[in-house]
Design a protein around this ligand. Sequence first.
Ligand code: FES
Ligand code: FES
Length: 166
Amino acid sequence: MTKSHIKVTINGKVVEALVEPRTLLIHFLREQQNLTGAHIGCDTGHCGACTVDMDDMSVKSCMTFAVQADGASITTIEGMANPDGTLSALQEGFRMMHGLQCGYCTPGMILRAHRLLQENANPTEEEIRYGIAGNLCRCTGYVNIVKAIQYAAAKINGTPFLEAAE
Ligand code: FES
Ligand code: FES
């Protein structure tokens, strides 16, 4: 099959590659770029484990062809740490608030939460729950994921994080 040449910026680094037109973005990232943080949970667009940020939008990379990423800028979980290598506010939030158990959904959750906080710096609990509705977690029950995002929002905004009583 004829391959297409694509040029993509991934986590700040320009990458050029040849891909088949049928290659999905998730397979391009995991198999050609060795970026295995984005997970494949369902392959049908339902679970959000494969979520990455593409041109300032949350994208399910199992529903996107790699050729569609030509010219785009993508952030994956591998690019979410601070420039000095320390954990970003969201990563720290998931760690501090116990927002993960098996961790399979976590990269997609963090990338989705990242875009959510870009769109709404101070979301309510309801807005967080609505914002992550496309990302499924089979382990946590979501309570601690919501807290993790609230923790990150407070840290980014420089406001106190007041953990809600359960
Ligand atoms: S693997 Fe993409 S949405 Fe589930
Ligand atoms: S922590 Fe296991 S699926 Fe979310």
